[in-house]
Design a binder for this molecule. Structure first.
Ligand code: ARG
Length: 252
């Protein structure tokens, strides 16, 4: 019995994990593209009940449609996404990854699908500038560019990491930290939702956000870039961006 259970487990994992990244031709032939995201990073990728939604989810669904593909979504903790990509668990990742040299060593990035930055949010009277973060406790999501950049702030106090960005925000609201650093658009939504209980401060850094494919998967990358360019030309990207942000968030 146990042996059999073990065997079928092995068989399952073999089925679930192909040995190599699927090329564009293979994906096209299968008719379905496998896309991974976190599903906990509003307004970019989030779960509403069981429904995966957000700017990036809608955008990727649109790109897949343009490419004539069905989508199979996979959700993973943010910190696992690029690891799973390199294990060929899915074809690409769209989860607000900022392009940085460290990540670019591990994966290949598409052209950016939006531009943004990391900003400080604190309660009124709390630290709202980089200088004011001196000696202060700051909450950030683990594995993010926020962590990397907050650590660079001279004299910054305790930097606390959370598995989910929403947990880092909750720590600020509960007063367990003095500030939260996260995406500037997420910050705008947080300030609105909290109706004056928090304020947005300085932008600490800017970043270009892109989709990631397994290193070397140039055939898929080419199709994704072409689909993105088309969406940005035919107005569908602009419409989606207006819907989520009231502005066009493409990189200029
Ligand atoms: N833009 C930041 C980064 O590149 C945060 C991304 C977080 N994404 C998410 N799905 N939680 O690290």
């Amino acid at each position: 019995m146990i042996k059999r259970a073990l065997l079928s487990l092995t068989a399952l994992s073999l089925l679930a994990v192909p040995a190599q990244a699927r090329t564009w031709a293979e994906i096209k032939q299968s008719g379905t593209v496998r896309i991974a995201t976190e599903g906990a990073f509003p307004p970019f990728n989030l779960l509403k009940g069981k429904q995966l939604t957000g700017f990036e989810v809608d955008l990727a669904n649109q790109l897949a449609k343009q490419l004539g593909l069905k989508v199979q979504w996979v959700t993973q903790p943010f910190d696992n996404l690029l690891i799973g990509l390199n294990q060929d668990r899915y074809d690409f990742v769209i989860a607000s990854h900022g392009i940085n040299p460290e990540r670019a060593k591990a994966v290949d990035f598409s052209n950016p699908h939006y531009c943004t930055g990391g900003a400080i949010v604190a309660k009124p009277g709390g630290p709202l500038t980089a200088a004011a973060l001196k000696g202060k406790r700051v909450a950030v999501q683990v594995g993010t560019t926020y962590l990397e950049n907050v650590r660079k702030v001279p004299g910054v106090g305790d930097v606390k990491t959370f598995p989910k960005d929403t947990d880092a925000q909750a720590a600020l609201m509960a007063g367990r930290v003095d500030a939260w650093v996260g995406d500037k658009f997420t910050g705008i939504d947080l300030v609105k939702a909290q109706q004056g209980k928090v304020k947005q401060g300085d932008l600490l850094f800017n970043e270009r956000i892109a989709m990631a494919v397994k290193k070397g998967n140039s055939s898929l990358l080419k199709e994704l870039n072409a689909a993105l360019a088309k969406a940005q030309q035919n107005g569908s990207y602009a419409k989606l961006s207006q819907q989520y942000f009231g502005q066009d968030v493409r990189c200029k």
